[in-house]
Design a protein around this ligand. Sequence first.
Ligand code: SF4
Ligand code: SF4
Length: 122
Amino acid sequence: MPQYNCLKCPGYCCSYPVIALTKRDVERLARHFGISFEDARALYTREDHGHKFIMRRKPDPHFGRICQFFDTTLRRCTIYDARPYACRDYPGEGRCGYYDFLMHERRCQKDEDFVAVTNHKD
Ligand code: SF4
Ligand code: SF4
């Protein structure tokens, strides 16, 4: 049973600078949007950090930048069924370190909506 609730989180993991996609992930995105593999690759990914495909990002008021598929108002993934394997797998069945940190800060600050920000090097 997971010890975290993504619905109470502002989506910290979606702000990681490197979210690597596999070829199958890009194929899934292409199918989801009804476009070619090449178009999906060019529109949604870029080659960097030693990976052939990493997720393109966009500005975010909390974390600076975040995955382009993240709804920055609702704080939700907009392609949940077509999300890459890395997103499906993270953070596993146990705990999420950011969630533990966030809950601790919200308790300490007595603010249910507090968003804990850590700096990613980008
Ligand atoms: S940082 Fe943790 S709790 Fe927040 S959305 Fe990601 S997995 Fe869920
Ligand atoms: S695809 Fe969805 S779950 Fe994955 S990083 Fe982007 S917004 Fe988050």
